[in-house]
Write a new protein. Sequence first.
Length: 149
Amino acid sequence: MVTSSKKLTPPATIVAAFFGFLVSTVSALASAGFLLGARQELATALRASDLRMTEEQVEQATTVAQAIAIGVALVIALFYLWLSFKLKAGRNWARVVLTVVTLLQVASLFTTQGETMWGYLSCAVAVVALVLSYLPASNEYITAVKHTR
């Protein structure tokens, strides 16, 4: 790790973890984007429910459901990206939060049905990035950053 006047350069393991979390985020967003293509399936499910909705209400509910799901996915992605940048800056708390989020992501694979290839890809990349963030070079960098503050 190279130092230049108080600013430490992240090791390759942290940089690779950072890019891994970026790829995981983009992959998760792509998966969420497929929700836009599932409009008919969502509308069909609403029609089949016991909610007794008019066709206009089904269309409105479908639009609202898609908008909420996409909005939530974007907020989560922004949070994930922010944590990734904090990890690259050497913040241990960001690594801990990314650990929890990644473990929740792994757990969701076992508890949800209909997970897409993008969801599995996103999770696999996040797990690899997480492992990289705990390798010895990463630990040394995070410790060194902590001592320079």
